[in-house]
Design a binder for this molecule. Structure first.
Ligand code: ADP
Ligand code: MG
Length: 603
């Protein structure tokens, strides 16, 4: 019995829809692309319920002639190309003629449109691929699409959608990309009746970046521009100081089309190597103009991928353009001292502990008295000796110390500081072992434990900051902030809405230098967005606290001998000083036995 048959057109459309339309954001992308292709200068996108129940896209473009309407919803119907040769020169965003048929097969669609030369407009409804009637209607020039109840007839697909809020975030991201790709078009995005994005359409990319990403980013941009052969580039790249926690801000377009390209991403990230730390990603927004014949955009149904005829040329062109821009400016001057230190890590070799000049002895004495409590006379003596000796000569510090016993609260920990290694590690002797402590990890651990203790015991842990910090967030970040607001508050932050998508931070967790920093907060929010899976508030709280502590260490990297002494003491008194909250060890150790074995004193 024959088992092979040709699928009916409804089934074909639904399968195609699965490739092109997987969520409301895809509907928005396709319909906005159509508006752009129709030469609109203003596009309004309105959604409700994350776009699942309602999407309305209105443009002031060319409109669709009434005789063309039903045809437009057929599969592979397009006004943009007529033969395969046209693909070599296609300048429009669409050309596969799939979007309208795909959307109409999985939703209830209403279209209202009017061209310039017709007196009346037309209204057409189509549900699950079935036309529901066409009529004349009075309306302005341009096109409005209303898409209701996405996946109403494919419930399985609907189940794969995320929460309305998350879907709205995806739509927002699409709109932001479209707006950045087309500064000449005014975009308006309304979510549940609230205006979220409004760009002026004045063709100025920097204005768009300001509208979408706020003041801090806009103030730290470098303009890039250049051409090579058939490629042109134009846009902005962020100075390293505004690098981000994820790749969401690596935004680039080819001929007005937002795409994803591992090749381009690599060129960007390689160019920033040495300027940003590991696991930090640059902020870039730029446009590439490439002869349509030199690229193939017809690789993927959603046209997110592009193939290049000369990938190597493109790679080096982007790499060199960004590299030149970065090296041509004095970036470091713009950054505060603490930040600069953090940015340069781990290559930073500037001495963190410098032997004091003889005339500084008085100051050291004062600091010794300030930092170390009076009853810890032994430590004081140690520090004095250490610094004096450093002034006199550079002789080995090991001879300076004698075994001491320090009494701290109820615990007694025997330790002796041998000295500092590579300006970062402290070698100490404790009981019958040698320990090497990473001062940054230790600092982080101590701050973290202190902060968590205060939070757990509900000890007030906020410190007012003046002036307050104003955060300008995008919609995704805003969602994350609101989702975890309670946890931020618990951790010691005070955050209030400040109109639009701006938030005022008037207090930060106490005793954490460096946390009152706009970038840090954005970084924490981005980090939470990146791993927005953990639902356990305890885990999130830990994360917020640990990121805050990490920043405190970054922002306050210099450790004097005295600070280190007090730090080591605090660390050694923790229940578990050996593990840092983020998996990095704070301490490594080697027992006397192991050392003696290594020297073959014992066999
Ligand atoms: P494609 O964009 O690949 O041509 P679509 O299915 O997205 O295919 O659209 C089919 C056709 O409908 C387009 O080629 C265009 O002629 C017409 N069309 C769709 N949306 C609009 C719009 N907003 N304004 C004017 N024409 C439109
Ligand atoms: Mg299209």
């Amino acid at each position: 019995m024959p088992i092979i048959k040709i699928l009916d057109s409804d089934t074909i459309n639904k399968i195609a829809a699965g490739e092109v339309i997987e969520r409301p954001a895809a509907v928005v992308k396709e319909l906005v692309e159509n508006a752009i292709d129709a030469k609109a200068s203003a596009v309004t996108i309105e959604i409700k319920d994350g776009g699942i129940s309602f999407v309305r896209i209105t443009d002031n473009g060319l409109g669709i002639a009434s005789d063309d309407i039903e045809l437009a919803f057929e599969r592979h119907s397009t006004s943009k190309i007529s033969s395969v040769e046209d693909l070599m020169t296609v300048k429009s965003l669409g050309f596969r003629g799939e979007a309208l048929s795909s959307i109409a097969s999985v939703a209830q669609v209403e279209l209202i449109t009017k061209t310039h030369d017709s007196l009346l407009g037309t209204r057409f409804c189509i549900e699950g691929g079935e036309g529901k009637g066409i009529e004349e209607i009075g309306c302005p020039e341009g096109t409005t699409f209303i898409v209701r109840n996405l996946f109403f007839n494919t419930p399985v697909r609907r189940k794969f959608l995320k929460s309305a809020q998350t879907e709205a975030g995806y739509v927002n991201a699409v709109v932001e990309k479209m707006a950045a790709a087309h500064p000449e078009i005014s975009f308006k995005f309304i979510n549940n009746g609230q205006l979220k994005v409004h760009t002026s359409g004045n063709s100025n990319l920097k204005d768009i970046i300001y509208t979408l990403y706020g003041r801090d980013i806009t103030h730290n941009l470098l303009h890039i521009e250049g051409s090579s052969g058939n490629i042109k580039i134009d846009g902005y790249i962020g100075k390293p100081v505004i690098s981000r926690g994820n790749r969401n801000y690596e935004i680039y377009f080819i001929n007005g089309r937002s795409i994803k390209s591992p090749l381009i991403a690599r060129a960007i990230e390689e160019a920033y190597k040495g300027y940003t730390m590991q696991h930090r990603y640059p902020f870039v927004v730029f446009q590439l103009y490439i002869e349509p014949g030199l690229i193939d955009v017809n690789v993927h149904p959603t046209k997110m991928e592009v193939r290049f005829t000369n990938p190597e040329e493109l790679y080096y062109f982007i790499y060199n353009t960004i590299r030149d821009a970065l090296s041509g400016k004095n970036l470091i001057q713009q950054v505060s001292i603490g930040k600069e230190e953090a940015e340069k890590e781990p290559h930073n070799t500037a001495p963190k502990f410098k032997a004091p000049e003889p005339f500084e002895m008085k100051r050291i004495e004062n600091m010794v008295n300030e930092v170390i409590p009076p009853y810890k006379t032994e430590i004081k003596e140690q520090v004095r000796e250490h610094t004096k000796e450093n002034i006199k000569s550079d002789i080995s510090q090991t001879s300076l110390f004698d075994s001491e016993e320090f009494v701290k609260g109820n615990t007694t920990v025997n330790f002796r500081i041998i000295g500092q290694l590579f300006l970062t590690y402290w070698i100490i002797e404790c009981d019958n072992s040698m320990y090497i402590i990473d001062q940054h990890a230790a600092h982080e651990k101590v701050l973290f434990e202190k902060t968590m203790k205060k939070i757990k015991n509900k000890i007030p842990n906020s410190q007012m900051i003046s002036p307050p910090i104003i955060l300008s967030l995008n919609m995704n970040q805003e969602n994350i902030l609101n989702k975890y607001l309670d946890i931020f508050i618990q951790a010691g932050y005070e955050i209030e809405p400040f109109g639009g998508r701006e938030y005022q931070v008037s207090a930060v967790p106490a005793d954490l230098p460096g946390v009152a920093d706009t970038n840090l907060l954005i970084e924490i929010i981005d980090e939470l967005a990146e791993n927005d899976k953990a639902s356990d508030s305890e885990i999130i709280l830990n994360k917020v606290a640990s990121l805050s502590c990490k920043a405190a260490v970054k922002g306050n990297n210099r450790l004097s001998f005295m600070e280190a002494t007090s730090l080591i003491e605090q660390l050694m008194n923790l229940d578990n000083p050996f593990n840092c909250p983020h998996g990095r060890p704070t301490i490594i150790s080697m027992s006397k036995y192991e050392i003696e074995k290594k020297f073959k004193r014992i066999v």
